[in-house]
Design a protein around this ligand. Structure first.
Ligand code: SF4
Length: 360
């Protein structure tokens, strides 16, 4: 079991549910833009959000963003993590401006005295530190020892940096290491997982866009989760971070660690299909998204919906689900709790299912 640390209102490690993180891709100094993106991430289901703090303006803005999110959401405000490289003073400033966690790579902060300043500020405010190392920033001696970037080299670097901070009398540490190579990433996290009890922030860096990076991310992160490795997850896609959160949710659902509140079953379609099932399922998913979010907020149980193309397997699946449809030629028989309750034209099926689910 990993040690547990607290990041704002979210626990990481120690058996806490695996949380979803993302990172803003707007300028932190642009407070309205940052706030808008934080709202969008919260709405999408993000648990923790990280902001880059590259300069003095961003460190000041960080404080304003913290105040505003707190004013809007109180206890339910998303925890904010400050991501700082090179300048320890920005890290100290972000901590004092309300960061719930700080992400540093001690290797690029400079002397251990400077790292110590960050640790002292984090200790004073009771916020954890994430030690993050990347394959692109391995220490020279480790590179020389291993000959090149390797999984064991990455794990060694992460542990060395975490232990440096631990040696300063600070134990609220989360560790991450990132490689864009799926196999190396997996092996390095496995080594880290076996060697230490630090909660692990897992992810795969530079995986591509939301379209091209899904397979790599699903394998890279999913394999780790299935082997019990990982306490908080960040999917990295080039572009809109909301897509990262939505995909992270899908991933956690696929490995049985989250329940989105909706189990959507739809047949693959075949030569018997006499309706446009693909369009119907897309329309239904869109209509159901706000309905399911409302149900989740109210703590309602998961609902299952079956959308089937014909009468071969359709009635059976539709009967088993809370709601379902077995389609025929341009129409569909709607099932609710095992009984046929309506027979509607193709164009009305998605709306009818969504309406009935909203009443459940
Ligand atoms: Fe084909 Fe019917 Fe099966 Fe869908 S449910 S794949 S339409 S046989």
């Amino acid at each position: 079991m990993k040690r547990r640390v607290r990041c704002g209102n979210v626990d990481i490690g120690g058996g806490a549910p695996v949380s979803i993180q993302s990172m803003l891709n707007v300028d932190t100094a642009d407070v309205p833009a940052a706030l808008a993106q934080i709202e969008a991430l919260k709405e999408a289901g993000c648990d923790i959000v990280r902001l880059a703090v590259p300069d003095y303006e961003s460190a000041c803005a960080f404080g304003k963003i913290r105040e505003e999110t707190q004013a809007r959401h109180g206890d339910k405000a998303l925890p904010l993590v400050a991501d700082v490289h090179f300048d320890y003073r920005l890290a100290v400033m972000a901590i004092n401006n309300g960061a719930d966690k700080i992400r540093i790579n001690p290797g690029n902060i400079g002397s251990s005295e400077k790292v110590n300043e960050v640790v002292a500020a984090a200790k004073k405010r009771g916020v954890p530190i994430r030690v993050g190392v990347n394959s692109g920033s391995l220490e020279k001696d480790i590179l020389e020892k291993h000959g090149r970037v390797t999984a064991s080299g990455l794990a060694e670097s992460a542990l060395r940096n975490a232990e440096l901070i631990e040696g300063m009398g600070f134990s609220d540490i989360v560790v991450s290491l990132k490689s864009s190579d799926v196999r190396m990433n997996y092996d390095a996290y496995k080594i880290l997982h076996e060697k230490a009890d630090y909660p692990l922030h897992i992810g795969l860096t530079e995986s591509g866009t939301a379209e091209s990076g899904k397979v790599k991310s699903a394998i890279g992160i999913g394999a780790l989760l299935l082997s019990g490795v990982g306490d908080t997850v960040r999917v990295s896609f080039t572009g809109d971070p909301v897509k990262e959160v939505l995909f992270a949710k899908e991933l956690l659902e696929a490995v049985g660690m989250r329940d989105s509140g909706l189990n959507l079953i739809s047949c693959p379609t075949c030569g018997r299909t006499k309706v446009n099932l693909e369009t119907m399922v897309a329309e239904l998913s869109e209509k159901l998204a706000p309905v399911i979010r409302r149900r989740e907020a109210l703590g309602k149980r998961r609902v299952s919906v079956a959308v089937m193309g014909c009468v071969v397997n359709g009635p059976g699946e539709a009967r088993e689900a809370d709601l379902g449809v077995a389609c025929g030629d341009g129409r569909g028989a709607i099932f609710e709790k095992g009984e046929i309750v309506a027979n509607v034209p193709e164009g009305e099926i998605a709306g009818e299912l969504a309406r009935r689910i909203s009443l459940l």
